[in-house]
Design a protein around this ligand. Sequence first.
Ligand code: NOJ
Length: 532
Amino acid sequence: MSEAQWWQKGIFYQVYPRSFQDTDGDGVGDLDGIRQRLPYLADLGVDAVWISPIYPSPMADFGYDVADYCGVHPIFGDLSAFDRLVAEAHGLGLKVVLDFVPNHSSAQHPWFLESRSSRSNPKRDWYIWHDPAPDGGPPNNWISNFGGPAWSLDPASGQYYYHAFLREQPDLNWRNPQVRAAMHEVLRFWLKRGVDGFRVDVIWHLMKDPQFRDDPLNPAYRPGEPEVARLLQTRSTDQPDVHEIIAGLRAVLEEYGDRVLIGEIYLPVERLVTYYGENLGGAHLPFNFQLLHASWGAPALARLIEEYEGALPAGGWPNWVLGNHDRPRIASRIGSERARLAAMLLLSLRGTPTMYYGDEIGMENVPIPTDQAQDPWEKNEPGLGVGRDPERTPMQWDGTANAGFTTGRPWLPLARDHATRNVAAQSADPHSLLTLYRRLIALRRTRPTLQLGSYLAVGTAGDVLIFIREWQGERILVALNLGSDPRGDIALPAGETRGRILISTELDRQEPVQGGFWLRPHEGVIVALGEG
Ligand code: NOJ
């Protein structure tokens, strides 16, 4: 494994560009802001920045509705600002990964404007048009992921078009070779500009059932869940021929060497791992979102890690995601005490970690008053708790007004604790969560066992999760006490008599251990076995 790729050894950090750093006072973050903060990311020790969409867009879904795949929205800057960002990132040893949104465009994209202009337009077939059902209603029962029907009628041409998300986000027809070719050119446009890879939005949605059969009803649906959960999306997503499409994307990246293809996939593990593709020619990293849904007890975590490890195809490289712009903040999901354990788990498991901006300082969901909601999903299905604004609030840099994020009025409110919970305060605190992240990342870099070593399940002792990473004769044990009771009796594994605690989540221990060790409530430690 000494030939490991950068995306295997490295750590990814997701930036939601609207909320990272504003430089022009409009209350929305921009590319120059990200560029200014690159030294922070380099110092934190991450290897790659994934930036959520920056393209021209009417912002119906905050950039996931792309009106021009080869441009930059003026709110974020322009192509030369982007080039400066890439150059400076590379100068600091950081990779830049873009969000690629191929499943749907904006309804304002010139391709769609042409497509909807008439049934005979050459681009008609670039999108998914269908005659109405015999009763005049939508062609089938598919439901939009943001609630409501997934088909909208175009009265002028009398046909419906399909949109897995908003009606402002029509799905492209990936069965059309011209669409594929045009999208491959989009990838090349950015690859030539030096982009190091892509995170592909809803990659498992790209192909739909060619017969457009109904999705079956979900027998487990419970009232109060979002409407899309009424159906099992077995016809509208995850079709067998999606893998040819992904192999095609991958082949474009291969033209440029050392780039990474990451797929956004919310599927059960046994389906997820098919996205490595035949002979691993699919996504390098099909995002593994299990920690987003995990229940944070030792037995449940041990099971899900083993299930994932056991499902990986030979040679498939694992990865773990702790947070993103679509899910509640980790600190809000599991509480601030266990957020320290989550950091240690993410950075000591086998596989590429992906962090979400602000999680390293323990940012929490920020309650957004209903009348200030921005997220279209929240507006479509209010009151269900589906809104994603709470995890998209501005980064908290320092104790100044607006936390150093903007001189203007931030597009989403700042967290109430921003004066105390911020990068500057935590940088000065040797026991802060940020310091813990920095130290764990540094440890992962200096101990290749944590990057590349195999994973050996040791099991659980009550609510303590224990595993070992092993590489070239080095054995590193990770023990995480997820419970709120102290433990005085954690034995070293059979055959091991001594070790050395390299780091504790409390950042106050580095000591030799013999036979066993103790853990405080919610404490985790990383122990080099055999060292004293
Ligand atoms: C997944 C993205 O992460 C989410 O933010 C977006 O709303 C949908 N895809 C639609 O593009």
